[in-house]
Design a protein around this ligand. Sequence first.
Ligand code: MLT
Ligand code: ZN
Length: 464
Amino acid sequence: MQAGPCILRAVRPSDFKNLSALCADIKVRDIERYTSEWFGRTSNIKVVARPRSVHEVSDVLKYCNSSGIGVTVFGGNTGLVGGTMAERSEVAISTEFMNRFLEIDVSSGIATVETGLILQNLQERLAIHHLTTPYDLGARGSCTIGGNLATNAGGINFIRHGPLRAHVVGIEAVLANGDVLDLMSKSRKDNCGIDLKQIFIGSEGTLGIITKARIHCPSLHQYRSVALISLKGDFTSTVLETLKKAKETIGESLSAFEFIDGEGAELVGPLPSGMDPKYSGFAVLVEASGSASVSDKIENFLEQLPDSVEGVVGSDLESMSKLWHYRELLPVKMASLGHNLKYDISLPQRELYKLVEGIRLRYANRPDVLKIVGYGHVGDGNLHLNVALDPQFERNPSLESDMSHSVYSYVSECGGSISAEHGIGRDKLEQLFFSKPTVVLEYTRALKKMLDPNGILNPGRTIL
Ligand code: MLT
Ligand code: ZN
């Protein structure tokens, strides 16, 4: 069975006029922001609809569905797997103007919002009530709640709060035919049979457009402390041992445990306090947060580490954000070198860094490979393996498919996932079978066929 587009047609000039009658804000000029990704690719969006209500979303979808026009669902465009990359001529529906706070119920900690809201704006509003979002991302200043839900965003506090989907109390979603599904329960505890909202979370806009959400938000901890340490030696005896110590000593206050390998640390620059990144092996960032002081926990943790370990602690806002900046800068620095082959995988922790070593052994000496780094959310078993290609060379499809095959075969053998947090989009579609059995892919396709029979939503993405 095929889930992909079968009857889609290109956008025509008459569609502009027809769409303008359904949605007040239709753009056909100055749409570069919607047709390009931050790392350079361009897509084939012809019209951008910017609805201000669920009715407008529904009407635009109804029109596209009955006309057989493909639709790209557009949030903050911060994704990393080509989810906004339309191959054929399509209409983009951007939720950016559906960005209102609808309610913050301070006693239950439940926030109700429209999904075009930017994550940082929600965090700032929640902070007034001593609440925060149950996840956080480097892209917080531009990613939207809708995009976060559509990709079931992971991020830096996963170790503490688990997946975003676990905190979603309700959503409103619009189907391809324009039907609006009200799944906006007010109760977090709701066992009325099948939990339909979960199929939209992580579906990357292929099953419907999420227009409203109700999210359970934890308390914003008043006390926070961050340590950045430099470890020498192999991954297991340094990073994994340190993770074990952090869990034992910081316990439930552990809110992030991130690592960058020596190659990555060298690229970011000297570690604060002058620790030498090149020979350190690994830089590890540990964050603790709680409703009572956590500095003693961080101190206690550092005391348990061997004397040779160097570290620096930040306890005020400025020094903590400096340490976080060090971590968040790495993917940006890597992107500035040239095109990156980005692998976002989860693996059993013991197998995680072996992959980086194996890929380095096999490819690092090639002239067209500039840098291979491993970093990520090690506390969650999530490795980001990034390979920067030298822009002086033409892209080499056989190198890329060979490397992709090596990475994903290893992931599959170890029982990991080919996409830990970035999603599938366009870029990981052909590799889905490394993580999902054929019969699972078939039932996913059948679900898509039922909810979007004409295949208009994000065609060619996410569902194989
Ligand atoms: C990160 O953890 O820094 C993000 O997932 C972004 C990235 O890998 O580019
Ligand atoms: Zn990440």
